[in-house]
Design a protein around this ligand. Structure first.
Ligand SMILES: *Cc1c(COP(=O)(O)O)cnc(C)c1O
Length: 410
C-alpha cells in the first residue's frame, strides 16, 4: 500500500479525503492579482496608458491557445452561453435544441434569453442521440443547437457538424467539461459558431466564477462584445474583431453587463499555461478509476471513442439495469458511509450540483424515456486533482466492495 493510500484510507477502511478538494491558486497568479489590487485598476476598461490590462491579456492567451481569432471573457459560463445565443440571433420564443442530460445552467441560459429548450435524448454513452436530434430539429424549427458536452463526453463532432449543415442549425458548444479536450485533433469549442467555457470553481480552470466565449466569426464576436457590456470600449479588447465588424452590432445589441473583472483574469492567465499538465494528471486519475471499475460484473462504463481526447475530471458509470431505485440509493449511501461521494441522477429530488430534466419545469414537458432510463442508473464521481492515483485506487476498491455487497451478479 502506497503512502497516499495509507493516508487516504481511514481506520475502518474508509476513505477520508474530501471529494471537494481544489488546487490552490498558483503563486504567480496571486502575485499578479496583488499587483492589480495595489494599482486599484479592477475594472477591465480602467487601464494605465499603454497597458492592455489582464482581461485583454487573458483573451489573447485563450485565442492563441485554441487557435481562434476571437475570445471574450465574461462573468460565468451561463453568461457566455446567453451571450452566444443572443449573438446567434436567438430571440424570445425561439426553440433551441440541447441535450436532456446536462447541467441546469444550460437550459437556464436558453430560458434566460426568452427561448424554449427542446431537449434531445441522451444515450447510454451519455452523448446526445443524433437521430432524435435530427427529428427534433425538423419538428421544432430550431435554428440553434446548444450542444452540451456534459461530463466531458463528446459526440462524433463530424457527424454533429454534418447534421447541423443539413438541418440549418447553428452550433454553439458548451465546453464547461471539455476545456482542454478535442475530437479527432480539433479542440472542443472550435467546431461551431461559438464555444463557451466556464471558470467556475469546480471547472478545469478556476476564478471562482467566470466564463469565456470563443468564435472565429467577426460579426458574432462584435455582437458578443457589445452584449457583454463594452461601454463602447471594444477597441480595448485583445482578441476582438476590428472596428468594421461593429458597424451594426454597436446599435443592434443591448449592453447586458457581464464583463470579467481584472482580478479574475489575473487568476486565470497563469492557470491557462498549466492546463496541459492538469489534463495529463486528470487522465492518469481517470485511467486508474476506469481500471478499478471496468471489471465489476454488470456495471457499465461509457465507451470512450479513439477520436475523443477527453479530460478525465470525473467518471461516470451505469448500475445494472435490473437494480431498482431503492437498491441504487442503498449503494450510494453505503459508499457515502465509507467516504466515497457519488452523485446519482436517479434520485427523486434535485440535489447538490445535479438536477434532472424533469426538474426544469420552465421547459416544456417532454417524455424522454431513454434518457430517463439512463439517468436512473447513472452514478457520477469527481476526480479532484488533490487525489493521487493511489487515492483513486482506494476509492474504486471501496466502490467494488459495496457493489458486490449489494448482491451484484452477472
Ligand atoms: C458549470 C457548467 C456550466 C456553466 O456554469 P456557470 O456556473 O454558469 O459558469 C455549463 N454547462 C455545464 C455542463 C456545467 O457543468
Amino acid at each position: 500500500m502506497g503512502k497516499a493510500q495509507a493516508e487516504g484510507q481511514g481506520h475502518a477502511g474508509n476513505f477520508v479525503k474530501p471529494f471537494t478538494g481544489i488546487d490552490p491558486t498558483p503563486e504567480a497568479a496571486i502575485a499578479r492579482a496583488v499587483a492589480v489590487m495595489r494599482s486599484g485598476r479592477l475594472h477591465r476598461y480602467d487601464l494605465a496608458p499603454g497597458d492592455a490590462g489582464p482581461v485583454a491579456e487573458l483573451e489573447t492567451a485563450v485565442a492563441r491557445w485554441l487557435g481562434v481569432p476571437y475570445a471574450l471573457a465574461v462573468t460565468s459560463g451561463g453568461q457566455a452561453m446567453q451571450i452566444a445565443l443572443r449573438a446567434a440571433g436567438v430571440v424570445t420564443g425561439d426553440r433551441v435544441l440541447t441535450n436532456a442530460f446536462t447541467l441546469a445552467p444550460v437550459p437556464g441560459a436558453i430560458a434566460a434569453v426568452g427561448a424554449v429548450p427542446v431537449l434531445v435524448e441522451s444515450d447510454a454513452n451519455l452523448r446526445p442521440d443524433l437521430a432524435d436530434m435530427a427529428a427534433k430539429a425538423v419538428a421544432s424549427g430550431a435554428k440553434v443547437l446548444l450542444l452540451s458536452n456534459m461530463r466531458g463526453h463528446l459526440p462524433d463532432m463530424a457527424a454533429v457538424s454534418d447534421l447541423c449543415a443539413r438541418a440549418g442549425l447553428m452550433l454553439i458548444e458548451d465546453c464547461a467539461h471539455t476545456m482542454g479536450a478535442a475530437w479527432a485533433g480539433r479542440s472542443s469549442g472550435t467546431w461551431g459558431l461559438a464555444g463557451c467555457f466556464s471558470t467556475q470553481g469546480y471547472k478545469h480552470l478556476s476564478s471562482g466564477e467566470g466564463g469565456l466565449l470563443v468564435t472565429a466569426d467577426a460579426e458574432c464576436a462584435a455582437r458578443a462584445t457589445i452584449l457583454s457590456g463594452s461601454y463602447m470600449h471594444y477597441a480595448r479588447h485583445g482578441a476582438g474583431p476590428d472596428e468594421t465588424a461593429f458597424a451594426n452590432a454597436k446599435y443592434d445589441m443591448p449592453n447586458c453587463s457581464a464583463r470579467m473583472d481584472a482580478l479574475r483574469a489575473c487568476l486565470l492567465i497563469d492557470q491557462l499555461a498549466t492546463l496541459p499538465d492538469r489534463v495529463a494528471r486528470w487522465r492518469a486519475l481517470y485511467r486508474v478509476a476506469e481500471a478499478g471499475l471496468a471489471h465489476l460484473p454488470g456495471l457499465r462504463l461509457p465507451v470512450r471513442p479513439a477520436q475523443e481526447s477527453f479530460v478525465g475530471s470525473s467518471i461516470q458509470f451505469l448500475l445494472p439495469a435490473d437494480w431498482d431505485g431503492a437498491r441504487a440509493a442503498a449503494f450510494v449511501s453505503a459508499c457515502a458511509a465509507r467516504g466515497v461521494v457519488l452523485a446519482w441522477f436517479g434520485a427523486a429530488e434535485p440535489q447538490g450540483f445535479t438536477s434532472r430534466f424533469d426538474s426544469w419545469r420552465y421547459a416544456p414537458t417532454t417524455t424522454l424515456p431513454r434518457t430517463r432510463a439512463v439517468l436512473a442508473r447513472l452514478c457520477d464521481m469527481r476526480l479532484p486533482l488533490t487525489f493521487g492515483t493511489d487515492d483513486v485506487a482506494t476509492v474504486t476498491a471501496i466502490i467494488g466492495q459495496e457493489y458486490r455487497a449489494l448482491g451484484a451478479h452477472v
